[in-house]
Every structure is written in C-alpha cells, then in structure tokens.
Design a protein around this ligand. Structure first.
Ligand SMILES: Cc1cc2nc3c(=O)[nH]c(=O)nc-3n(C[C@H](O)[C@H](O)[C@H](O)COP(=O)(O)OP(=O)(O)OC[C@H]3O[C@@H](n4cnc5c(N)ncnc54)[C@H](O)[C@@H]3O)c2cc1C
Length: 409
C-alpha cells in the first residue's frame, strides 16, 4: 500500500476530532463516526500546560481557545461553614499549581476543534462526519479494513483509529473485553451544571473546594455567573449497579453528602434537574500494545489515566498530534507509524499513570481528622510554596513537565 488514504476515526471526542483535524490538514480522506446524535457538551475544565499547550499552539488552536477560555483566577479550600481556609491563585507556582493559567471547559475545547475542522483549508482531505453512527462489525486483512456500521452502511478503510473513550467498543471488538485492560482505582466522579447557589462566598473566577470525609465537592463558576459546575468525587468500592443507572448514581451522591454544609444541600437539590449529569468510575486503562494490524487506539480508549490525573484531555491531544504526525510522515508504512506513536508517547503515559491510587487516597481522607489535616496541609502549601509538602501537590496535579515533542512540519 502506498499511503493510508482512507482513515476511519471512531469517536468525536477530543482525541478523535484532534487526530481527524491533523489528518485532514495533511490531505488524508477521513471518516469520523460519533455515536452521539450531536457534539457532546459538558465536562470539567481542562488545564493546558507543558506539552499539551505546545501541541495546542502547534495545531493553531490557541486563538480559538483564548476566545473560549475560562476566567479562572484560582482555587480556594473552604470549610463546612463556607469559611475560606486556603487560597491558591492561578499565578502561584508560575501557573503550574492546581489551576493552570489556561483552562477551558472540555466541551468548549471540542468546539474549537470542530470549528477548525469546519474552517480547514480547501486543499485538505475529504471529510465524511457522521453523528449517531458506530461500527457494528469490522474485518481486517492485508488489503484493508471492511466495516459495517450500525446504520447498515458498509465501507472499506486503510486504517481505523479507535478514539471512542474509556469504555471503547472498538477496543472490545479488536483487543478483547474491557476487564482485561481497565483497573478500578477506588473512586467515582461526577460533574453537572446547576444554578449558582446563593451564599457560595466565592469571588468571580474562583473555584471552591470542600473536602468531607470520604468525598470531595467543588463548585466551578461558569462564564455565565448564573450557573456553576458541581464536581463530586468519592472513594467507595466498585459497584456494578452504578454502571449507566443515573438513579443509582445520584442515590450514591446523596448518601455520601447528606448532612454536610456549605452549598452541599443546594447542590443535592439541583442535581436531579442537571441538564448534563456526567458520572463515571475512576479507572485506569493499561494495554500492552495500542495497535493490532490496521487498528490503533487513541486517547482514553488506549491509555485512560482517570480524571484524577487531570491529564486525560492533555494526553488525548498530545497522542492525536503524534499519531497524525507519524501517519503523515510515513504514509507508506502505517505499522511503523503506530510503533513510533507508541514509542514516543508511552513514557509520558507511564509517568502520568503512576501513583494514581495514592492520589485517590490523598484526595479523599476518610475521617474528619483526616479532612482537618488536609486543610492544614493546603494552608502550609500556599503560604510556603517551597515547603516539602509541595511533593503532595505533584500527586494532585497533572504531571506534564518537560517532554520532548517531535516537530512535524
Ligand atoms: C460528555 C463528556 C464529558 C466529560 N467530562 C469529563 C470531565 O468533566 N472530567 C474529566 O476528567 N473527563 C471528562 N470526560 C472524559 C475526557 O473528555 C477524556 O478523558 C479526554 O478528553 C480524552 O478524550 P477521548 O476523546 O479519548 O474520550 P472521550 O472524551 O470519552 O470521547 C469519546 C467519544 O467517543 C464517542 N463514542 C463512544 N462510543 C462510541 C462508539 N462505539 N462509536 C463512536 N463513537 C463513540 C463518545 O460519545 C465520545 O464523544 C468527559 C467525556 C465526555 C464524552
């Protein structure tokens, strides 16, 4: 084969849209299938720092990101009475603290990518973007990959990229069952938009965080001050009943939070009406290899580090840049491109995935005494940024640091 001319991307999240954009710009014909009927909004804020910021710059995404970025000025730990216990402005630690100097909501970043795809240069590859579609059957041989879609349509591709997220159906189909690769890390996490409750005590642009025994609650203001995103995480054993059942999920949240203060009662009251309730397990995906024949995995499908790393979107963006760069620089040899993509990215993924269980424990002290110690530690940290307790911070925030990125002309 001279060049992978036809590429199928399964999943229109950050990973799928970013790789599609780069491949199109390189002149490749790309089909994207996204299972949802429309682009999926929502999601927490994404930090862009270190290599993910560099990738966003190289992909020309920064003007769009600047237009949609959140006005996030810092993070404040509060107690149950709503008193501020410690404040971490975004500029503290040179923008490398818990709040980076560039933060954008996941759904907004996805829209930046979709806008770039729509406005791509005329000489780009041909795009076929299908919502409400997914792969039902797939068969690969030396000549290509034959695909039957849920709609009944059939097609043939040179390469298939699985960017369909943590519970990837493509991974299941080609590499085997999810349980083989995913590892529950001991916590669940939820995000949802609510009307901003009265009495938050938060100033514009500040995210409030309240640790309570076993759980953590945060309130992140939206650009429209009338609404905020409630963020919840809790450390509990895995429960299969929580998979996909919103009633059971909301019951767990209620059970874990009832009786605590600050704005928790208002969050619980508003939760059932949230338009974008998102709930998932804190899970890590580890695979011995990210490709098989003509099929390659990208983003959470291949190497989800869990929301605890704060790096899922960064790794999706970096991976998309590398995979597209390698596929475009070795057009005659997709296997070499998959090897190079994996060789370059795996060390960063391994580093990011290290110690996530510890981070889950550190973030969720089990007792009131543990919560009090956490509040004191945070106070020490912000008042003395060079204190050894700063090592704790590196467990709590994304570990991107310095990472050599190939430059694909
Ligand atoms: C709506 C939403 C909200 C999120 N909110 C947060 C958050 O607040 N905090 C956080 O840490 N992470 C969140 N995530 C996960 C985060 O986006 C990812 O960790 C990261 O961006 C890597 O993205 P990804 O593209 O690999 O996977 P994802 O973002 O999960 O994207 C996968 C895409 O594939 C689509 N899809 C699924 N199955 C199929 C299929 N069979 N065929 C075709 N398409 C399929 C999904 O609809 C989705 O659009 C969210 C994801 C989504 C989809």
């Amino acid at each position: 084969m001279s060049r992978p001319v036809r590429i199928l991307v399964c999943g229109g999240g950050i990973a799928g849209n970013a790789v599609a954009l780069q491949l199109l710009r390189g002149g490749t014909a790309v089909t994207v299938v996204e299972r949802a009927p429309v682009p999926r909004p929502g999601g927490q804020a994404v930090d862009l720092r270190g290599p993910s910021r560099k990738v966003a710059e190289r992909m020309g995404l920064m003007p769009g990101i600047r237009k949609r970025q959140l006005d996030e000025r810092g993070m404040v730990f509060v107690d149950e009475a709503g008193r501020q216990r410690s404040r971490m402005p975004a500029e503290m630690f040179g923008g490398e603290g818990l709040v980076a100097d560039i933060e954008i909501a996941r759904g907004e970043l996805n829209q930046v990518l979709l806008d770039e795809i729509a406005g791509r240069p005329a000489e780009s590859g041909v795009l076929d973007y299908r919502y409400g579609e997914w792969v039902e059957e797939l068969e690969q041989d030396g000549d290509g990959v034959k695909v039957r879609f849920a709609s009944g349509a059939t097609d043939e591709f040179d390469v298939v990229i699985g960017a369909d997220g943590l519970h990837s159906a493509l991974r299941e189909r080609v590499f085997g069952p999810e349980e083989r690769y995913s590892e529950y890390l001991g916590a669940y996490i939820a995000f949802f938009t609510i009307p901003t409750p009265p009495g938050t005590g938060l100033e514009t642009g500040w995210v409030g965080v309240l640790p309570v025994p076993g759980s953590m609650v945060a309130l992140r203001p939206d650009p429209d001050p009338a609404t905020s995103m409630a963020i919840f995480s809790t450390r509990v054993p895995a429960d299969p009943a929580l998979r996909g059942d919103i009633t059971v999920q909301q019951h767990l949240i209620r059970e874990r939070l009832t009786g605590y203060g600050w704005v928790i009662p208002a969050i619980l009251d508003a939760m059932p009406a949230a338009p974008d309730f998102y709930f998932d397990e804190v899970t890590r995906v580890r695979m011995p290899r990210w490709s098989q024949g003509r099929v390659v995995l990208l983003g959470d499908a291949a190497y989800c580090g869990s929301p605890m790393t704060g790096m899922g979107t960064a790794l999706a963006l970096i991976g998309a840049y590398l995979l597209a760069g390698e596929l475009l620089s070795a057009p005659a040899d997709f296997e070499r491109a998959f090897d190079r993509y994996e060789q370059i990215l795996r060390p960063l993924v391994t580093e990011v995935q290290k110690g996530t269980e510890k981070s889950v424990r550190l973030r969720h002290p089990e007792t009131r005494r543990g919560v009090a110690i956490m509040q004191i530690l945070m106070r020490v940290l912000v008042s003395r940024p060079l204190h050894p307790a700063r090592a704790l911070l590196t467990h709590l925030i994304g570990k991107q640091g310095e990472y050599p990125l190939p430059d694909y002309a």
